[in-house]
Design a protein around this ligand. Structure first.
Ligand code: HEC
Length: 173
């Protein structure tokens, strides 16, 4: 019995020591974890199409939502929550009439992507982005990322899609 007690005390001491020494996640070297995505994920233009969305009103945009392999698989299988490594890209363009196509149709009916406006990303890393539901948000216009104040707007709105792990887009067959 004595030995068991000693053993338990020893284990307890070691666990306590490890907890003291180990840095808190995200504060490894005193720097705080980045709150949002500051680099455009590599190769996103080759990813697969999940769905599209047209926003009218002030945005007047046409968007294509793409996913990397991890994202595509999860979308297709309806897997929730999305696993770490998931990256979703939303490529946004102006929504413009196509004079070229309309000429062929003989009436105004064709709309296509115009100039690119921005690219947005959602990167799943449940440790790094724990404070924002495990998702890192990224917004790039002309290759530059959005400022910290602007980036604060993403998470509160995407939280409204809590039932689908903060993702609004549904996979279309
Ligand atoms: C006012 C609410 C709102 C805000 C703020 C917002 N989003 Fe979204 N986001 C949406 C909705 C709704 C969709 C789905 C419709 C669409 O794609 O236009 C969407 C779609 C997306 C998608 C495609 C994946 C998905 O969830 O469907 C990405 C990536 C994305 N948003 C990133 C961002 C980033 C980055 C920011 C911050 C700069 C941001 N969003 C701010 C509402 C919002």
């Amino acid at each position: 019995m004595k030995y068991v007690t000693f053993f338990l005390l020893a284990v307890g001491a070691i666990v306590g020591l490890v907890a003291l020494i180990a840095p808190a996640p995200g504060h490894a070297s005193g720097e705080s974890a980045p709150a949002f995505v500051t680099e455009i994920p590599h190769g996103y233009r080759d990813w697969r199409w999940i769905s599209s969305a047209h926003e009218a009103g002030n945005l007047n945009s046409l968007g294509a939502v793409l996913g990397n392999d991890v994202a595509f698989k999860a979308f297709r299988e309806g897997k929730l929550p999305y696993p770490d490594g998931t990256i979703i890209a939303a490529l946004h363009y102006r929504y413009v009439p196509s004079e070229e196509n309309n000429k062929v149709f003989g009436q105004a009916q064709s709309f296509v992507p115009g100039v690119p406006t921005n690219i947005q990303f959602m990167v799943k890393d449940s440790k790094k982005y724990a404070a924002t539901g495990g998702w890192g948000f990224g917004h790039f216009a002309d290759g530059k990322h959005g400022d910290a104040a602007f980036m604060k707007s993403c998470f509160p709105c995407h939280e409204k899609a809590k039932a689908t792990d903060l993702v609004f887009t549904h996979y279309v067959p």
